[in-house]
Design a protein around this ligand. Structure first.
Ligand code: ARG
Length: 556
């Protein structure tokens, strides 16, 4: 719409500027009463050799655009008021035609890789991993909506010296059956015990080193144990992903790159980038600590595996970008990684992007690992679902499929609470609050959607009728609907799902305001327009929720 208006404005100025140039200047006035869109003429004065006031007057005189109802000049601003009848008709018709494809940029833009979630085997799934999971999933959804093919990679932390410790711990204190019953909990227990015992008995550390060496040398027993730890942990993680409604294209994690590192290390060597420093081979970097590639005993590191992973993904998927959705505390690691690729002379270094995020706080404090007390995601989700169920029992006790809805609402509340925030901010966590039906919550939006469904269940949308303007409050809904495609592209470009979350909140609010003052089902000339509006709000709300990774129950 802005594009069409900008073209008309360019025409009114005798094409002294292009439509694209003008489109970039268009602003949204702070108050809706001032206008729907504004062109500040100050920036044009120099170029056109006229005062802003004269330019504004020229535009007012010459503008011909059927999307504009009226033009107002205030200072050097041209304030434009949309033609509500025409835009209402255009926007709503488009949404009815395109349904959930509204806002989709249909194009074949190639692959984009998302490295996200990526928990560590035999360790609890932390709140940090939850953030990575929901942010990464929303970004992958947004990439798809923007015409890319998203590849979802779970870069499992399934290799490293800790597995030597775990093997030793298991051989001493582990029991197959207890571990099989609650794998991560039990594996964590024996891992913690290993560290306690090792304080008294230093030989344990030696043993663990030998066990990891055996693992690296593909010793059958060590390998079988490692495989088993990995498998049982993954089964647990997959149950969480199922609850969250998230899938991955691959779970190839760090171990997958064991046999793919040598070529990269060789290349670093050939290019003269490896230097020996403090008992390790490193790549020296400007303005940051060196990146450690290999210890002198031959052991490789997290960074080495990430380096091999980057090369593998570039070759295998030819992505236009790789996003690493990982907490802020790993920023230095990714800067180093990208810098090493750059020093190797590869342009694609600039296509690697670390999408960082802040911490999850409870009562203003960090949640995890306080004295070994870890907040388990599993418990959080269970509690959220339980609270959602109690809410249903008190508000809507006759609801069918309560269990399913409680799950959608509880999980949705947790996801939304995360995604509504600018991802770099630390976020506060209160199950009570995130489940409120009012305020900035997932349930508020889901509830608004359910409202539309109960209205629409009683009627049908007549598709071919002319749609009539419905007044100011409806107009505030329609201009939001019109913006949705742009929200979809900005959220992806800025790697910021909160733009979608905030948009959905605003849409729900504006619709509720309209609905509070207008009866939809009244048999008059405007009924079909009101129903169509309601139908379009439902489509866009549901699609917004889907992008965030949330369900939209029809009843709640
Ligand atoms: N497993 C790591 C952790 O829990 C996250 C891995 C992120 N992805 C990557 N390619 N390094 O801290």
């Amino acid at each position: 719409m802005n594009e069409q208006i900008a073209t008309s404005l360019a025409m009114a100025l005798n094409h002294q500027l292009t439509g694209t140039e003008i489109e970039l200047l268009l602003e949204k006035p702070k108050h809706v009463a001032v206008g729907d869109v504004a062109l500040p003429c100050f920036q044009l004065a120099k170029k056109l050799g006229k005062s802003p006031q004269t330019i504004a007057a020229d535009i007012k005189k010459n503008l011909q655009c059927d999307m504009i109802q009226s033009v107002d000049i205030v200072g050097g601003y041209v304030n434009l008021f949309f033609n509500q009848a025409i835009i209402t008709q255009q926007v709503l018709t488009k949404i009815v035609q395109e349904q959930q494809l509204y806002g989709t940029h249909v194009a074949n833009k190639g692959n984009v890789v998302f490295d996200f979630s990526s928990p560590n085997i035999a360790k609890p799934f932390s709140m940090g991993h939850l953030r990575s999971t929901v942010i990464g999933n929303a970004l992958a959804n947004l990439a798809e909506k923007n015409g890319y093919h998203a590849i979802r990679i779970n870069h499992l932390g399934d290799w490293g010296t800790q597995f030597g410790k775990l093997i030793v711990a298991y051989k001493r204190w582990g029991q197959q059956q207890t571990i099989a019953a609650a794998p991560i909990e039990e594996l964590l227990k024996i891992y913690v015990k290993f560290h306690e015992e090792a304080e008294q008995d230093a030989t344990l550390i030696e043993e663990a080193r030998a066990a990891f060496k055996a693992l690296e040398d593909k010793d059958e027993e060590a390998l079988a144990l490692w495989q088993w730890f990995r498998e049982v942990s993954l089964t647990e993680f997959k149950a969480l992903y199922q609850l969250l409604g998230i899938h991955f294209d691959t779970y190839d994690g760090e171990a997958f790159y064991n046999d793919k590192m040598q070529t990269v290390v060789d290349e670093l060597q050939d290019k003269g980038l490896l230097t020996l420093s403090d008992g390790a081979y490193v790549v020296e970097l400007e303005n940051m600590p060196p990146c450690i590639i290999k210890k002198t005993d031959g052991a490789t590191l997290y960074a080495t595996r990430d380096l091999a992973a980057a090369f593998y993904r570039i070759k295998h998927y030819q992505p236009e970008k790789i996003f690493y959705v990982v907490g802020h505390e790993q920023s230095l690691h990714f800067q180093q990684l990208f810098h090493v690729v750059e020093k190797m002379g590869y342009d694609w270094a600039q296509n690697l992007r670390h999408v960082a995020f802040g911490m999850m706080l409870k009562d203003g404090k960090k949640m995890s690992t306080r004295k070994g007390k870890i907040v388990l995601l599993d418990d959080v989700l269970t509690e959220a679902i339980e609270t959602a169920k109690q809410n249903i029992e008190s508000k809507n006790p006759h609801l069918q499929n309560k269990e399913e809805v409680a799950k959608q609402v509880g999980v949705g509340a947790v996801i939304f609470n995360d995604l509504k925030n600018d991802r770099l901010h630390n976020i506060d966590f209160s199950i009570e609050q995130m489940l409120q039906f009012e305020g900035e919550t997932g349930p508020y939006i889901q509830y608004t959607f359910a409202r539309t469904q109960s209205i629409l269940a009683k009627v049908n949308v007549q598709v071919d009728e002319t749609l009539l303007p419905l007044g100011d409050q409806a107009w505030q809904v329609i201009i939001l609907l019109e913006q949705f495609p742009r929200v979809v592209s900005s959220a992806y470009e800025q790697a910021d799902p909160s733009l979608v979350a905030k948009f959905a909140l605003q849409l729900a609010r504006n619709f509720n305001k309209y609905y509070a003052n207008n009866k939809i089902l009244v048999n008059d000339a405007m009924q079909n327009s009101r129903i169509t509006l309601c139908h379009c709000v439902a489509i866009v709300l549901k699609e917004s929720l889907a992008l965030l990774g949330m369900s939209a129950p029809a009843n709640m």
